[in-house]
Ligand binder design. Sequence first.
Ligand code: PMP
Length: 428
Amino acid sequence: MKNSQTLYDQAVKVLPAGVNSPVRAFRSVGGTPIFMEKGEGTYLFDADGNRYLDFCGSWGPLVLGHRHPEVQAAITEVVGRGWTFGTPVKEEVALAQLVADKLDAVEMMRFVNSGTEAVMSAIRLARGTTGRDKILKFRGCYHGHVDYLLVDAGSGLATFGTAASAGVPDAFAELTALAPLDDLEGLQKLFAEIGEQIAAVVIEGVPANNGLLIQSHEYIAGLRRLCDQYGALLIFDEVLAGFRMPEVMAYAHYGVQPDLVCLGKVIGGGMPVGAYGGRAEIMHHIAPLGKVYQAGTLSGNPVAMAAGYATLKAYYEADVPAVIEKLGAYLDPRMEALLADVADLGFIRLGSLFWFYFKRAQAPRTAEAIAAESGEIYGKLHRLMLDRGIYMAPSSYEVGFLNAAMTTTELDMLLDGIKAAVEEGIVS
Ligand code: PMP
């Protein structure tokens, strides 16, 4: 790890904690971050030439694995002609047409540069459309680092938020109400109190940033009903869950139609892209057609658009959701057998997302149900996996990602790693 360590020593002098996004700093698992240099299929190679099986997948975009040949060719082709023009380009039309064709909840969309921007813009659009100010988000859901979405729960159901980050005025957080996951009665009470003031409810398609907190169909259906009853728009943040479900999208998994959908990660194929979209009637409120302002110097950038288009084209041609379910059919029963007598560790998977949870008989559905010891145990598991050449996200809260470049060989490596964790007494 000599080169990684040298890079890290240099990085901490010019980048806070040596990173540009906090979790990468390895603070919650211990040790120092590994600097990666190359990706190939489902493997990463670090600055010292070590190889890792990659279950992080750049935090979600790489549903096809690293350097898929068609995506690489599409990027290279555009770069050969220039990489930004500040004008409309054919690549953004192609990607928008493909998304609108495949996602029935998205008639029109606007491309932005990150998931954070997608959610921020969708909420502005919802506020501009409804003329209401308040929004509702769920405890344990992450939607990017927008001020009023970095909000902690106060006590009591209908308390409005307080800032969860320094630098966010409470006055911003006060427009955000917090709702409980997996508690339809609590949600009903909250709507009864403030439903008529709510512009939009934003929920992660499948909450996957605080563990994988899979919600029941009844809960999501109940949420849709309440939004309709009180005239609030329902925003599905599918930045992470989109193109990762057996039904492609989380809204399709739950069989509900959201008013707006936020996209990111996969839709850019690993380039910085986000998007928000929905019915044309709502999208017509965006400038210059309507009065809701939103813009971007590099939005719709041709390299990013081409990478996203090539990724989605290959995704549909290969029927990636079916490929993933085949991998799942291999992995799930083997993992279940392996963990049958292991009380400390549970495994849950939905589409290409999976998560290990600790010290619970059932997979948690709320952030509050996650065992406090999880971080400590996960730190040990993470270290063991790393020593075996397996790169998992450096936090117990983060999910793992399968990709279409994986085979049973890689799944066996994961299973062997878990077996070793049991044998070494990390979990029992
Ligand atoms: N929404 C969700 C559900 C996410 O998972 C993330 C990122 N993990 C974001 C929004 C923010 O996206 P970005 O990091 O691209 O700003």
